[in-house]
Design a protein around this ligand. Sequence first.
Ligand SMILES: [Zn+2]
Ligand SMILES: [Zn+2]
Length: 335
Amino acid sequence: MPPYFHPRPVNGPFEDPGLFIPFLFEKRAILFDLGDLYSLSPKDILKISHVFVTHTHMDHFVGFDRLLRLLLGRDKNLFLYGPEGFFKNVEGKLAGYSWNLVQNYTNRFILVVSEVHPGYILTRQYPCRTQFKQDGQTHVTAFEGKLLDEPSLSVSTVILDHNIPCLGFCLQERFHININKTRVESMGLPMGPWLNDFKQALYQNKSPDFIFELPMLIEEKEKRFFKLGDLASEIAIISPGQKVTYITDVVFSEENIASIIRFAKDSDHLFIEASFLDKHRDIAGKKFHLTALQAGSLARKAGAKALAVFHFSPRYAGKADILEKEAMEAFYGLT
Ligand SMILES: [Zn+2]
Ligand SMILES: [Zn+2]
């Protein structure tokens, strides 16, 4: 059954952290962390609709310029989320360039930036055509864990401690719809973009009696109509949704441990930093990072189905396998 999300690390485990998550059959992706993006193609970067930044240490935010440069001429809103102080960081980046020519642009590219605080979220808009000066008021909304809530998916966050606030992120599919291709073909219907509209109708909880209209097909003179419920029982297989969790740059404190285990509970994929070997746990603690053993044991306690570790310290260059081994042994309960 093909999953809806296809998470893949942007870089190798010794390079800047980041997780690129394209969506199946859609020209859309989201990005967790904004470090060096040069290994992503422009085509992939242009798919990004939402970027979630854990914190603004350089290795997590230096990709802002490349993202902005590629999206500058586009007719879209780019949504960016980060922790307390994020406006200052974004505004500082924008202040680093001259924007005297952008008012000639005909597109309406807008940066929509949100700053996550305990209990509330602040949002500001920075339109390209006004030289990225803040447009309008700062909006305040209540924050109860979710940053993005769409019919088919949500993105949640948790505020963790890295000596500064650092966000963890979780992408959750509400439920998974698999299409029975053989059945579609035996009904004389083509595979195609109409299936996305069909899935969206299911995610929007439309009534089973809702009349779903198939677009006119090349060889047909008339549109075809189905009751949504009838079509679903013919071609859709529903299963639990995927959960992808991303945790990095966190100290191994009692509070973080409890928050991470709760937040990452039953993840299908848990991506978590493992910066140091456990024999160097004192250094890890001083730098507010996890060891591989700590990462593996957190994944085990959260009941994650799959674990991937990253953000390895350069002191282990060429020895990624020993960090992976330590994390996996803790994950499988061998230590
Ligand atoms: Zn950091
Ligand atoms: Zn880092």
